[in-house]
Design a protein around this ligand. Structure first.
Ligand SMILES: C[S@@+](CC[C@H](N)C(=O)[O-])C[C@H]1O[C@@H](n2cnc3c(N)ncnc32)[C@H](O)[C@@H]1O
Length: 255
């Protein structure tokens, strides 16, 4: 895959700060609690582990967490934070699992950073191969918002406070289901840029891709507290098990 949008030594620390300001750090414990339930208290692999926002609290709950990421800068931030998590540089679109895990997970829309359908399918296939027979794959994805684009472009304000303004400028490439965007962070007299290319996916396409590689939907929620996934949801948390493997929880699949 192209590394054009990899997190480098400038964007990695900027990513961490933006994530904190958008409230994602605050929900990391809740995310870890949700994931712990599926890890059997044993082993987990995070795809796109970053600096360990979720992996660290999950490992603090006694789960042996490992992770892959294609950014050395993010892996360095993780290593600075903890020595307990084994993580290595690899592409989540093209990895060969060396062992099997009770849980494989990919959160915070990381999956959409694979900007081609083939890469997304390859990622799901590797995730399935990395699971024990009764293991589960958990993914957190935003519900695509395509409203508001005019002539293929949209600019939106995502945060304003006394000291900071976040403006997101996006271009839509509908044939590829791609959004090319740059988050512009104005603060004092500085402007920081956080560019990315993503391929948005609706949940039904995700289910079809998952079925294609031997995964079936077990549960789907609207948030980490297991709120319902509805027409009003802006994201979903979906839990897949390997086709034919035993049920992992008493909950039935939602829409
Ligand atoms: C949105 S961040 C999420 C980080 C972390 N999972 C979290 O929740 O805070 C996406 C992460 O995925 C990594 N990433 C993006 N594309 C990747 C790829 N193709 N292979 C491996 N890692 C990738 C980035 O370097 C970054 O650390």
């Amino acid at each position: 895959m192209s590394n054009e949008y990899s997190y480098d030594e400038n964007s990695a620390p900027t990513y961490e700060q933006i994530t904190r300001m958008l409230g994602k750090d605050a929900e990391a414990d809740e995310t870890a609690a949700f994931l712990e339930r599926f890890s059997g208290g044993r082993s987990a692999l995070e795809l796109g582990i970053g600096s360990g926002r979720v992996a660290v609290p999950l490992s603090e709950r006694g789960v042996k967490v490992e992770g892959i990421d294609n950014s050395d800068s993010m892996l360095k931030l993780l290593a600075k934070r903890t020595g307990l998590i084994k993580a290595w540089n690899e592409d989540i679109a093209d990895f060969t699992p060396e062992q099997r895990y009770d849980l494989v997970y990919c959160v915070y829309n990381t999956f959409t950073l694979l900007s081609r359908r083939e890469e997304q399918i390859a990622c799901l296939r590797s995730a399935a191969q990395a699971l024990h027979e009764a293991g589960v794959f958990v993914i957190e994805l935003r519900v695509p918002v395509l409203a508001g684009f005019v002539n293929g472009q949209k600019t939106s304000t995502t945060l304003v406070d006394r000291d900071n303004t976040f403006i997101n400028a996006a271009i839509h490439e509908p044939l590829k289901q791609n959004l090319i965007s740059t988050l512009l962070w104005f603060s004092g007299t500085s402007v920081r840029r956080f560019p990315q290319r993503s391929r948005y996916v609706f949940h039904q396409e995700l289910d079809t891709m998952a079925e294609y590689v031997g995964l079936e939907l077990a549960e789907r929620w609207g948030d980490w507290a297991r709120g319902a996934f509805t027409d009003a949801s802006n994201r979903h948390i979906s839990v897949y098990r390997r086709t034919g493997s035993p049920k992992t929880s008493p909950h039935s699949a939602d829409p």
